[in-house]
Design a protein around this ligand. Structure first.
Ligand SMILES: [Zn+2]
Length: 126
């Protein structure tokens, strides 16, 4: 999964995520027990290359129903981790270098960093 860092497509990327958040939450907030949403807490793996500020801007620009209109995003970026299939060493990846720091093999699997989870929403009661 690689994304170009060129302006246009980069912003489109966050907008897609913002639209997905809205699409996921609209059916949830239809529940009459849920009032206006104040905060949406997200856990986003580093692998998605999300820039939180752009995601927030994208979210503000996404059409959504009244209950979601004032919601703020709280974005927690989760680290990218790989585990070596050869020696089972797990480590955090900083630069996109997936080789094992222990045995040098590049046969690693991603164990964390691909998450995109809405972990919590805060809303007022009706
Ligand atoms: Zn290894």
């Amino acid at each position: 999964m690689y994304y170009s860092s060129a302006g246009g497509s980069r912003i489109m990327h966050e907008i897609k995520f913002a639209e997905n958040i809205v699409k996921t939450l609209e059916p949830v907030v239809k529940d009459p027990g849920i009032g206006n949403v104040k905060k949406i807490c997200l856990e986003v793996g580093k692998m998605h290359y999300i820039v939180p500020e752009i995601l927030e801007t994208g979210f503000k620009g996404t059409p959504r129903s009244r209950k979601l209109r004032r919601a703020e995003l709280e974005i927690k970026v989760l680290p990218l981790k790989v585990r070596c299939r050869n020696c089972s060493t797990e480590r955090e990846v900083e630069e996109m270098d997936f080789t094992c720091g222990s045995c040098g093999k590049s046969d690693t699997e991603i164990t964390s960093g691909k998450e995109f989870t809405i972990s919590k929403i805060e809303y007022s009661d009706r």
